[in-house]
Write a protein that binds this ligand. Structure first.
Ligand SMILES: Cc1cc2nc3c(=O)[nH]c(=O)nc-3n(C[C@H](O)[C@H](O)[C@H](O)COP(=O)(O)OP(=O)(O)OC[C@H]3O[C@@H](n4cnc5c(N)ncnc54)[C@H](O)[C@@H]3O)c2cc1C
Length: 478
């Protein structure tokens, strides 16, 4: 809690604050936003931000929002600073606990984290914590006042493999400690799924690229188009003089749907589809040209955030009918409600309890339809969700020009396969000590989706930060 909050305020003012009216997040109208890939959220003005922040009732420590935030941002103090109009101090406060506050504030599922833990959620109007974090970070960026403090040079070199949120979080913390950092990245630009996955309408690429440029300015070196495990190994990096390695390679392999016709032209894995529809020309990998057209009818198979992103991208490319097929009911869908609601507003339709069993081609060999079966829910499976069971003889056809498979992600086992003594499990996820991020190979640390499986930007970034603290300890002890 910042010292400047007068204690008498806390005693008398809580009720009035809780009852003060709440502005909702402003979104561009669905019929307008679906015509472009620009951000959907309309930025807040300074006065609105101050009013919105003044609704925070400053719960006694530990406040629910702080506990629910994976990086434990000091949200109540930030709300106080915003209320006072000290936006730069609030931006600095977020940067103490987060390496990507301008990103997390846009893509975190706030309703399930800080905002969901706000006591005002009971009245239906929690404090708009994520939205306010974006506001102050954008304010500081516009003022040119975001910079990363660099520590006294230690002369130690650390290699980071993968420039996603985990790698970027680790790099940011290591330069603050004075270590020399080189990030090896297989793609032509940094950002991981922030650039090569999450669409522009949720997270405009400038926001990510600005942060990468900040890291470059303070000396972080990026080596692009280099696939560790193929172009060089972790052992080679250690032999080149890097004293520690952090692995943040995410889970890059799209889960397949092993049914007839899944290799027909027009059937795309979600990653390829999102990269080719969303990524700017000059960041595109060579083998993935920009996709201009998707036809009139697009089917997306899956129930996570990736499915919502693919549905919304297809609508923006002019598809007339965009349908999500999911084998359970909406209740079991893993993706966030907020994204699904926006997809629906923009015109996406959902068919639940539907399992695709075959893709069908027309006479030209092009994708024409997907054959499906109706499902019903049986007993819960090992995930605790009720198992979908086919209804015999319920086959039906959904016509389509394009299909996107958004069925989840697997790790690429290449790092485990090429690094002696590095233990992996579940098809290639890296085993670490959860407290330190240390792997079974001395000097090699890991974090993010490569360790946990597909998760969130904020948890990956936090894992990178935590591992950086352990790497610093490890380097000091050497
Ligand atoms: C379509 C989509 C939408 C999502 N939406 C959200 C959202 O709204 N909110 C949210 O919180 N999370 C979302 N997520 C999840 C989130 O993006 C991930 O959890 C997060 O990016 C994981 O970070 P990471 O650094 O572990 O891995 P990644 O972001 O996957 O980054 C890994 C990096 O390593 C590189 N790499 C891989 N292998 C190698 C190698 N061998 N050598 C060199 N480089 C390598 C990759 O090219 C990549 O740049 C979404 C995911 C997807 C796929």
């Amino acid at each position: 809690m910042p010292q400047s909050i007068p204690s008498e305020f806390l005693a008398i003012d809580r009720k009035a604050r809780a009852l003060s009216p709440c502005d909702q997040i402003s979104l561009r109208p669905a019929e307008e936003r679906v015509r472009d890939f620009n951000e959907v959220i309309i930025p807040m003005g300074a006065e609105c931000a101050q009013i919105a922040a003044s609704r925070c009732i400053h719960c006694p420590d530990p406040a629910g929002c702080v506990v629910a935030c994976p990086t434990h941002n000091d949200i109540p103090s930030a709300m106080w600073l915003i209320e006072q109009g000290d936006f730069l101090a609030a931006a600095n406060l977020y940067q103490e606990t987060s390496s990507l506050p301008e990103v997390c504030s846009r893509v975190c599922p706030h309703e399930a984290l800080c905002q969901g833990a706000c006591v005002l959620v009971k009245s239906g109007d929690p404090v708009l914590t994520g939205y306010l974090e974006s506001f102050v970070m954008d304010f500081a960026r516009e003022m040119g006042l975001i910079s990363i403090p660099v520590g006294e040079p230690t002369g130690k070199r650390v290699a980071i493999v993968g420039a996603g949120p985990a790698g970027l979080g680790c790099a940011e913390q290591l330069v603050r400690k004075g270590h020399q950092v080189t990030v090896f990245e297989s793609k032509p630009e940094a950002g991981g799924l922030l650039v090569y996955g999450i669409p522009n309408f949720k997270l405009t690429k400038d926001v990510v690229i600005n942060r990468i440029r900040d890291l470059q300015k303070v000396g972080v070196e990026f080596v692009f188009n280099t696939y560790i495990g193929k172009d060089k190994t972790i052992d080679q990096l250690l032999a080149e003089g890097y004293e520690a390695v952090f692995v943040g390679v995410g889970t890059q392999v799209d889960a397949p749907l092993k049914v007839e016709g899944s290799r027909l032209p027009g059937v795309f894995p979600a990653t390829e589809f999102l990269i080719r529809t969303n990524v700017l020309e000059h960041y595109l990998p060579q083998d993935m040209p920009h996709m201009e057209k998707v036809g009139n009818k697009v089917v997306v198979i899956g129930g996570g955030d990736t499915a919502s992103d693919a549905l919304r991208s297809a609508l923006r490319l002019g598809a007339k009918e965009v349908t999500c097929l999911y084998r359970r009911t909406e209740r079991e869908m893993p993706g966030g409600k907020k994204d699904r609601q926006m997809a629906r507003e923009e015109g996406a339709r959902y068919q639940f309890l539907t399992q695709p069993i075959r893709f069908l081609a027309n006479d030209d060999g092009q994708l024409a339809a997907v054959e499906c079966l109706r499902m019903e829910l049986g007993e819960p499976d090992e995930s605790g969700r009720r198992r979908p069971v086919p209804v015999e003889g319920s086959n039906f056809i959904v016509e389509c020009d394009t299909v996107v498979l958004a069925l989840g992600y697997w790790p690429d086992p290449v790092i485990g396969d090429t690094t002696p003594e590095l233990e992996t499990h579940n098809w290639g996820l890296i085993v670490t000590n959860p407290e330190t991020g240390a792997t079974t190979r001395p000097g090699v640390f890991a974090g993010g989706d490569a360790v946990t499986g597909p998760d969130l930007v904020v948890t990956a970034m936090y894992a990178g930060r935590k591992a950086a603290a352990s790497i610093d300890e490890y380097l000091k002890s050497k």
